[in-house]
Each structure stands twice: as C-alpha cells, then as structure tokens.
Design a protein around this ligand. Structure first.
Ligand code: ATP
Ligand code: FE
Length: 328
C-alpha cells in the first residue's frame, strides 16, 4: 500500500509515493527556481501559476515511475499549511479532485509535521521522547515530543528564521539564491575569525536572528576588503553557536532519548557535523533526515499522512497559510 503525497506550499511542486515504513516508491519535484530568481525571492502569483502547470504531469510521472495505479493507493495526503495561500490551493484542489475521482480518503497535512517525519524516510530513526529542532526557510523552533502525538513548543524565533538569515546574508555577499547551500559551501573553506553577535544565546529557548543579519551587512559595508569565505564561516559559526547552546540547554532540562534536526537548513553539512558533535557530547542519539529530504519534498508529507490515517484524523482540506506546529 502506498500514500500519494502532494506538496505545493511554497515554490516546489513535489509528488511522491511512500509506504508505511517510509520507503519511497517514486518521487518527482519540479523546482520553480528559474521563475523566481530574477525577483530575489518567491513571487506568490507566479508560484501558483507554475504549480498549476506542473502538478498534473508530475502526478502522472510519479504514478508511471512506480508502475502504480489507483489500486495500490491507500490515501492521498496534501499540505494544507503553513504556506502561500495560492500555492496551497493548487495542491489541495488537485488532491480533492483526485480523491473524488479515485474514491480515496484525502488528508490535509501540516507541513511542519511533515518536516519532522522526514527523519524516518528510507530508515526509521526517531525514538521518543524526542527533542526536535526545526530550522527551515519560514521557521526556527524547538519542540519536545513526549510521544509521536504530543507536541510541546519550547521556543521559536522573534524575528527572522535561520534559513531566511542564510538567504539574506547570501544576498549581502552577492551569492544569489538559493542562498543556504552557497553559504554552506563558502563557509567550508573560510575561517571564523570575525566575532559576530550571538543573539539571545544565554537565555531560554527563544531565538532572534535579525541582529546577526544586520551585523553581517554592516561588516561588509565597512570592510570593502572582506573575504567572502571568512564572512560566511564566521556567520555560520555564530548561528551554530546559538542553535547549539539552546539545544544543550533543552537536552539538560528535558533529557530526551533522541534529537531530531529537520528543515532545509538541516541539509547544511556544517550544521550536521555540529549536531553530531552535540550528540556525542551529550549521549543523545541524533536523527537527521537524509540530506536530500531536508528541504521541501512530498515524501515527508506522504509519510506524515500515514500518521493521520493511523489516528483516524479528520480530513480537513481548507488551506491554512498560518498553521502552527501544535495545530493538527
Ligand atoms: P517552512 O518549512 O518553514 O515553511 P520552507 O519550506 O520554505 O519553510 P525549507 O524548504 O524547509 O523551507 O528550507 C529552505 C531553507 O533551507 C532556505 O532558507 C535555504 O536557504 C535553506 N537551505 C537549503 N539547503 C541548505 C544548505 N545546504 N545549507 C544551509 N541552508 C540550506
Ligand atoms: Fe518547508
């Protein structure tokens, strides 16, 4: 049995077929990179139009890849939020139409819960109680999961997300978009010799990154001779210091069995290495998504759908652009 997962919350049209154990039978992701690159960000009107063009061919491709038909499908799962209203609507209405045509149940999935489930793709990793850090384009948060179904939000960001900060620093350095991977690459060959601020490092579980971002911009303005690699390395060092400090604090207080780090920035090799170090230091096992499934994809949405099926969750298909982690 397979679940057909559909993800259109932002600028990627992604469709996947995934079984109950997180094995991916087929997946196809159409990126809108070229549509948005000239705007330096995602342009919502163009995003929904590009989703509309891509969605049906992508579904056909995935079904053909897996050699699957309606009979192999158990349900459809589609992201209902958070995300861009117009983009969400394309996925939701397509999923709803298919579910009627094929007489299949259809679940509206919380994208953030999808990111958390990305660690169990291809191989089961997560054990409970778990400490989860989500570092993505739109979110930076720490949560504690006593078990698979009880979410406690420990802290979130007061301003920018880490991913946003990576992207903006990349723009400041003239690295183009998507900025995260470029910063990650540059930082690997630089030296962290500039002391950027570490906002809120000494207090609780809340984050703040806009001060760090402005501090990098100010440095670049006032040091025309700046070395890109070193600025990138110093910026990454500041980010990882802050994230690491909060994690250590939460591990000491919550004593989780495992630590999951998810979201697009969890694709960063440096972040992954830093988390590995924290895991070894604290003895808490580390669960990372396979690198290519850290950023948005439909496989994580399909795997999360199996949880909704198991819980007999209501099939809610109205878009929720501001859906939170603690919402169903
Ligand atoms: P959300 O999930 O919060 O709604 P989103 O879906 O837009 O936001 P993701 O796809 O999870 O975000 O993550 C995108 C972010 O990850 C971008 O900010 C991007 O720069 C960053 N990112 C992607 N790859 C890397 C990498 N290798 N190193 C660092 N950052 C990365
Ligand atoms: Fe995402």
């Amino acid at each position: 049995d397979l679940v057909l997962g559909i993800e259109t919350s932002c600028d990627d049209t992604s469709v996947a077929l995934v079984d109950q154990n997180g094995q991916i039978a087929a997946i196809e992701t159409v990126s809108q990179y070229e549509v948005h690159s000239e705007f330096g960000g995602v342009y919502p009107e163009l995003a929904s139009r590009a989703h509309l063009e891509a969605i049906l061919p992508t579904i056909e491709t995935v079904m053909a890849q897996a050699g699957a038909g309606r009979l192999e499908l158990r349900a459809i799962g589609v992201t209902r939020g958070p995300g861009l209203m117009g983009s969400l609507l394309v996925g939701l209405s397509t999923a709803q139409a298919l579910s009627m045509a094929w007489d299949l149940p259809c679940y509206g999935i919380n994208h953030l819960r999808g990111h958390i489930r990305s660690v169990d793709l291809e191989e089961k990793r997560l054990t409970y109680p778990a400490l989860v850090m989500l570092v993505s384009g739109g979110h930076t948060l720490l949560a504690y999961l006593q078990d698979q179904h009880s979410y406690e939000l420990l802290g979130t960001t007061r301003d920018d997300s880490v991913g946003e900060c990576y992207d903006k620093v990349a723009r400041t350095l003239g690295l183009g978009m998507p900025g995260g991977p470029a910063i990650d690459r540059m930082a690997a060959s630089g030296t962290a010799r500039i002391k950027f601020p570490r906002p809120m490092i000494h207090s609780g579980y809340e984050f703040s990154f806009s001060g760090l971002k402005s501090s990098v911009a100010r440095y670049v303005e006032t040091h025309p001779e700046f070395v890109i690699d070193d600025v990138a390395a110093s910026f990454v060092d500041a980010c990882l210091d802050v994230l690491g400090a909060k994690l250590r604090r939460a591990i000491a207080q919550k004593r989780p069995a495992s630590l999951a780090v998810v979201g697009g920035v969890a694709a960063s090799r440096q972040l992954r290495a830093h988390m590995q170090q924290i895991s070894e230091e604290t003895g808490v096992s580390l669960c990372l998504p396979p690198q290519k499934w850290a950023t948005d994809n439909a496989a994580m949405i399909a795997l999360a759908t199996w949880d909704y099926i198991a819980q007999n969750a209501p099939q809610e298909l109205d878009p929720k652009p501001n859906l939170r982690l603690v919402d169903a």
